[in-house]
Design a protein around this ligand. Structure first.
Ligand code: APR
Ligand code: PHB
Length: 410
């Protein structure tokens, strides 16, 4: 069997895997990234698009934020809409000057892939049959094929990073007796559409309505991203464009005649709503990061941001191991990440409960939900807890200094 060596073997080229490879490269640590899909598939997958302040800082300070700064949109507030009226949460004022950036996840991936390829880093697409071996030893191994009919190859590593998303093989390599899984599924899904139309609103609108939740987001000056709460079991074929528009209009209507801009729908899909966490996020020399370790419902826009904060902690721990011969930060990896992960789970769960219609809700619970919305939009303290979590809790990371000119110029 052909054998190769690297310091860190990374499974998955999503935000977690690519960002980890990038941060390690800046510290002079070599890695190989193995991805099952093609480059075009990775770069073309439509996902969420809200970057927390901390994620923006990490992208910028690590030298991959130039296009984000040119093309992304800074948002200093969000709107909560209910009972036909909008209420602004001023993120900027309530957090001492922080904001979020609306820049689609696939654009972040395009930038990270470009940086990786420019730096000559090893990134392999369309690999097959990835298996992990000896993860509880000092030299864990990844076996894989370069393509469907390739021979089995072996990558011998010091560490393996399982960045292969919720359905990847890494998490399942940890013996069932050594991991505990926590999960919750919600009785609804989100139908998302991309629309050829300028933004209907300068800021995101999170709307609670008796007919269900709706969200107005944006992608660019020409493209809107809109979402509707649907039943978890709904099939996208049941949702004609006309039905989508009439539902969006009904839910988003205001008393002051706000209008939703329509245009051609050129992409639509339904995503499930689920929460999941595995503990611990590490076993032997295998470290899980991003969706491989945890999932959040999309209401708080935390998925991508958690993937980035995990790998910041991991890159710092791996760098301390090689540069300072310290393994304490790696040993603390799971605990450090889980503290932040659970707070993002809490916030995503809270935002979902605050804004959706639940089939199980009694009239009493609906009134309490409306009172909660009234509270967080009329009390500074109430609004501040939303704002602080929405712009993101602090990320533990160390800016690799100095960023090389080649990377910074990207
Ligand atoms: N072998 C190689 N690669 C794999 C395998 C496998 N067996 N299984 C999965 N992968 C790849 C997937 O094709 C995907 O590109 O791992 C990558 C995982 O990426 P993501 O699912 O994007 O997960 P992550 O990097 O943790 O980022 C989390 O992305 O999925 C969104 O909503 C999610 O915003 C969140 C963020
Ligand atoms: C998006 O633009 O896709 C988006 C925005 C906010 C969310 C989720 C998704 O909470």
């Amino acid at each position: 069997m052909r054998t190769q060596r690297t310091q860190v073997g990374i499974i998955g080229a999503g935000p977690a895997g690519l960002m980890l490879a990038h941060l390690l490269h800046l510290q002079g640590i070599e890695s190989v990234v193995l991805e099952a899909r093609t480059k075009e598939e990775v770069e073309g997958t439509i996902r969420a698009g809200v970057l927390e302040q901390g994620t923006v800082d990490v992208l910028r300070e690590s030298g991959v934020g130039a296009r984000m700064d040119r093309e992304g949109q800074v948002h200093r507030g969000i709107e909560f809409r209910f009972n036909g009226q909008g209420h602004r949460i001023n993120l900027h004022h309530l957090t001492g000057g922080k904001h979020v950036m609306v820049y689609a996840q696939h654009e972040v991936l395009i930038d990270l892939i470009e940086a990786r390829l420019k730096s000559g880093g090893d990134l392999r697409f369309t690999v097959r049959d990835v298996q992990l071996h000896d993860i509880d030893t000092d030299s864990p191994k990844i076996r894989f094929r370069r393509h469907a009919d390739g021979e089995l190859e072996e990558l011998v590593c010091d560490f393996v990073a399982g960045c292969d998303g919720f359905h990847g093989p890494s998490r399942l390599t940890i013996p069932a007796s050594a991991r505990r899984e926590y999960q919750k599924s919600f009785p609804m899904g989100w139908l998302g559409v991309l629309v050829e139309a300028p933004p209907s609103s300068e800021e995101l609108i999170y709307c609670r309505h008796e007919r269900g939740f709706a969200l107005v987001s944006t992608r660019s000056p020409e493209v809107q991203r809109l979402y509707l709460q649907v039943d978890a079991t709904d099939d996208i074929r049941e949702w004609s464009d006309d039905r989508i528009w009439s539902e969006l209009h009904a839910r988003l209507a205001t008393h002051d005649g706000w209008t939703l801009k329509e245009g051609r729908i050129f992409q639509k899909n339904i995503v499930a709503m689920r929460s999941f966490v595995v503990e611990p996020m590490q076993y032997g020399r295998l470290f899980l990061a991003g969706d491989a370790a945890h999932i959040v419902p999309p209401t708080g826009a935390k998925g991508l941001n958690l993937a980035i904060s995990d790998v910041c902690v991991l890159a710092r721990g791996i760098a301390a191991f090689y540069r300072r011969n310290r393994s304490d930060l790696l040993q603390a990896y799971s605990n450090i990440c889980l503290r932040r992960v659970w707070k993002a789970e809490r916030f995503s769960n809270y935002m979902t409960s605050l804004l959706h219609r639940f089939p199980s809700h009694s009239p009493f619970e609906e009134r309490v939900q409306l009172a909660e919305l009234d509270y967080v939009t009329s009390s500074v303290v109430g609004a501040q807890t939303i704002a602080e979590n929405y712009v993101g809790l602090p990320i533990e990371w160390e800016a690799p200094a100095p960023v090389t000119a080649a990377v910074a110029g990207h």
